[in-house]
Design a protein around this ligand. Sequence first.
Ligand SMILES: Nc1ncnc2c1ncn2[C@@H]1O[C@H](COP(=O)(O)OP(=O)(O)OP(=O)(O)O)[C@@H](O)[C@H]1O
Length: 719
Amino acid sequence: MPRLAFDIAFCAQLPKLQGTVRKGVFDAWEKFERLTLDQLFKDPGLKLESLKNARDPHIRTIRIDRGTRAVVLAPDSGDTYVLLRVLPHDEANSWAVKQKASINTVTRAVEIRDIAVLEELTPAYERIAPAPEQRLFARFSDGDLSALGIDGTTLRQARVLTSLEQLDAFAPFFPQDQREVLEYLAAGFAVEDVWREVVAVNLAATDSTEPVNPADYETAIRHTRTRIALVTGSDELREILDKPFAAWRVFLHPSQHRVAYRPSYSGPAQVTGGPGTGKTVVALHRVRHLLGHLRDGDRILLTTYTNALVAALRAGLAELVDDETLRDRVDIMTVDAFAGRVLSTSRRPLRADEEPARWQQAARAAGSTGSPQFLAQEYKHVVLAQNLRTYEQYETAERKGRGSALPVAARPPVWGAIEEFTTRLASDGLRTYLETCSEAADLLERTGPRYRHVVIDEAQDLHPAQWRLLRAAVPMRPDDLFIAGDPHQRIYDSKVSLKAVGIKVAGRSTKMRKNYRSTHEILSWSTALLVGRPFAELEDDARHETLLGYRSALHGSGPEMHAASSLEAELTALVARVRSWLEDGVSPGDIGVSARFKRTCDRVAERLSAAGIPAQRLRADRPTTVDAVNVGTMHSFKGLEYRCVAVAGVHDGAVPFPKAVTPVDVDRLQHEADLLAERCLLFVACTRARDGLYVSWAGEPSPFLPQQGCEVEENGAVP
Ligand SMILES: Nc1ncnc2c1ncn2[C@@H]1O[C@H](COP(=O)(O)OP(=O)(O)OP(=O)(O)O)[C@@H](O)[C@H]1O
């Protein structure tokens, strides 16, 4: 019986396709289910056409609706066809004639390459290439490359390349598995690592050790589980077409699948990786896996840093686990909310803006000369972080990570101020979030854990007191903690390693390197914001994390910069940018605008609304809306994503925000950590973008932005 399968590149197009086109795809799939191959070829509605001048006779097109066609792989053998792309009529034809399908004899998967473009590019690059020994892949032998699945044609083409930029130019046209191998090698990985990271994970999706038959597409399509979805029923297809989120459910990359669905980990496990590498997706799948093995009475805590992310996780889990009773066995909340629930306290959490005055009072009462900022940091980063309860403990405590000297003789008044601060809070019916976490951890350490598994997303910003609480929430057993995080996205001032809080993940840690969210152009620009800065690992702060091999398979236009002469002019240009995204068919809910300050966000939302563009401030319980542009601070954008993102107000004096950076004379190390956190904040805001990124400022640009080296143009655009 014929079948129509779907290529992952088509799924990536889905969010942008009109409803009528999706319906056309559904109808076409149904015809494949109903008709014989012979009938399909004769069907007047489908028009399964071969193409004149096609580089590969197996690449054909079918009609989807008036003016739209799908390009399909229609092999000679077997009766499974693969829908590769859906495009306007002429574009579909001109793309289709240039493509060639083949079966990778090492990974056993089907690959598609733009053979016409590759053949056109190669001689031009060959002419300007230096001597062979100076080229990009000179250090790899033909044998090594062939063992990794590079075929003769790709080998000739790859051999002319001399730089990463040239590889980037070729990459979108190369066959998919071979492209990945070349990108890993170019990023500095050894042949064995590439085998393990790319080839072996793809092979894991196959079930055969027989020699590969390069003409047997039926088998190869089944083996291409990382890129081709075989849809089993109309409900499944409807779900994929209606909820793009469902698409990655089908296409969980083998490296993600391996981590999420490993039957069991002997202890805490960790997944790290740059923005958009699917850490949240993996964490959600892990919850799904654990749900399948829960014993009676067992529960799971799925926790993260902000309320907006809680809402996103809740929505994500609902997409992934249909059974409501099963979902009810997962508590999804922030760590702070969990602490509040454990303590069931009626004390009100202290607001950040109330803190300095209270520290001032406490210092005065205790005769301490420490500034409110110094005392607050001492309490947070030394006392609470090390869980110090008595002056004797504090007197001898190491102040690791602090950049200010505090001789033992100077400690009594500091301790006095801290005691004064906490006592006054309690008597006024107040509490700090971290104090609550610490007290909740004490309680659980006494009364025992509440969960069988704890899964943590955005783990990089958690404080040691929060870690102590999570550790106490689950017994030390296999599969106790599953941790997802990225040290490059630390935007708060806690810098703690898992090792320091006694959580050992050695041997159970995986790093994701492939970004599924942003285009290569957005990603490389954003990554450059962090280049050259040291990032301590989440696992062990004595070791450094890198973004080596971090890459995106998606291509698109690069970020746009806009320099304005005043805030008014900046807002006018921003409104125009948002309007042009809308005119290009982007829906309002797919657009996010972020800024460093709430007041800038208010101005942006007002200006958009005044221009007749629906705009809404992000709310903790509703991270995105479908019918309005989402406007929020850079902090509130953590963990979210939008098709198009504008980051406004990126001027000197705002990014970094001086008040968020501890002065050097208060604490040198904290000063550096705060500056880095501000830099990461800009990185986080920019990496929320999938297809379009726009960054603007008025006056002097943020020193974090790459040098613009130009005057503000009349229209403000930076060339
Ligand atoms: N295997 C996959 N194939 C296609 N898309 C994927 C895949 N895995 C994840 N995605 C998509 O990539 C995007 C980023 O995923 P996710 O939010 O899990 O990344 P993350 O690593 O948690 O990001 P961040 O750290 O920036 O918050 C999402 O849109 C997700 O649906």
